[in-house]
Unconditional design. Structure first.
Length: 131
């Protein structure tokens, strides 16, 4: 692995950690509400720009293509898509509707201990993609 690839991995890890840190919340609903408030106040363009690791994964996917790196890009894309769909549901039906849906599915659980897990998992997959 080259020195440039090591720097890319470190930068990706830092960007993913920053991205997780601005999405404050101990459960899925709190994270969605935080994303909703940013989406409402800043718009979709700045909402997507605040997903730093997604933008950087676009660069990595174009520059160093492998299936593992494409998988990281796809997962980041699906993460943003899921959030935008849920934000659209909040706009259409209100917070109580989303809260009821998440409670019925059992998604309202404490995830504060797993919050930064994505930074480690995506970085590990990225390392595998460079080999």
């Amino acid at each position: 692995m080259s020195e440039l690839q090591i720097h890319i991995i470190v930068i990706f890890f830092v960007l993913e950690t920053l991205e997780v840190s601005w999405q404050k919340g101990d459960n899925i609903l709190e994270i969605l509400l935080q994303n909703h408030s940013i989406y409402q106040s800043k718009g979709i363009f700045l909402f997507i720009l605040r997903h730093y690791a997604f933008i950087f994964s676009c660069y990595i996917a174009v520059s160093y293509f492998s299936f593992a790196i494409a998988f990281v890009f796809l997962m980041k894309f699906l993460d943003i898509s899921y959030k935008l769909v849920k934000i659209n549901n909040i706009n259409k039906h209100g917070i109580t509707y989303i809260n009821t849906k998440l409670v019925n599915k059992g998604s309202i659980t404490d995830i504060s201990k797993l919050k930064y897990m994505s930074a480690f998992v995506y970085t590990l997959i990225l390392i595998i993609g460079f080999y």
